[in-house]
Design a protein around this ligand. Structure first.
Ligand SMILES: [Fe+2]
Length: 228
């Protein structure tokens, strides 16, 4: 299957985080993604960041609302529940406390999308991955290429993968939208075949032209791999 048909990471849900400010932006972004060929869109509002502490029930209800909104607007795209969890104390407490987590469905397996702090190195990533797996949840790391220290400590990626982590590429990283360092690291990780999923991490309709270029860059890079 074409990986670009599944967008695992977006801020298209309206009025809940720093993404879509209202239904008009939600519809515009979903329509733009559908035009790019996306068939399944995961709505992943921030959790444990920007003071967002959401419940699973609330996120599911809001996801269903978005699906109905898009159907009324004539946008053909499947939307699924998710959340982008910030790797911090609140998440670690929720995991160790056995709390309900806002998982998403990954081919019948629950997954948890987690973003690391971008500046300071983190500890315990392998242990957290193992704890999630023990609960039957697949840990998926959002945009590892945006983690600044990883270009100096690239070896960590292998350790995280061994511990069960899977990796999601931010497509916009491929066109420099997250800076040159993230672009280089993304290209490096792609060459090494380390990405399992792609996502737009789309926050606003004005990023859609960049995303179109990113889709082209992804296709060019993956076609290069196939033909070499
Ligand atoms: Fe995000």
């Amino acid at each position: 299957m074409d990986p670009l048909t599944i967008d695992l990471h977006s801020h298209v849900m309206p009025g809940i985080d720093d993404g879509a400010r209202g239904p008009v932006e939600t519809v515009a972004m979903a329509r733009g993604l559908a035009d790019l060929g996306v068939k399944t869109l995961y709505l992943t509002p921030h959790q444990f960041k920007l003071d967002n502490h959401l419940s699973l029930v609330d996120v599911q209800r809001r996801t269903d609302d978005v699906w109905r909104m898009l159907a009324r607007a004539g946008v053909t795209i499947e939307v699924r529940r998710g959340a982008e969890h910030y790797y911090g104390e609140d998440l670690l407490d929720a995991i160790s406390g056995g709390d309900d987590l806002i998982t998403f469905d990954l081919d019948g397996e629950p997954g948890l999308l987690v973003e690391l702090p971008m500046r300071q190195p983190t500890i315990g990533v392998r242990r957290v991955g193992a704890a999630l797996l023990q609960r039957g949840i697949r840990p998926v790391m959002a945009h590892p290429e945006r983690t600044a220290y990883l270009s100096r400590e690239y070896g960590r990626v292998d350790g995280w993968r061994e511990a069960g982590w899977r990796f999601q590429l931010n497509l916009l990283s491929l066109v420099g939208q997250h800076g040159g360092a993230a672009q280089s690291l993304a290209e490096h990780m792609m060459e090494d075949g380390l990405y399992d999923y792609v996502g737009s991490d789309l926050h606003r309709p004005s990023d859609l032209p960049w995303l179109r270029r990113a889709h082209e860059a992804y296709r060019a890079a993956t076609e290069g791999v196939v033909s070499s």
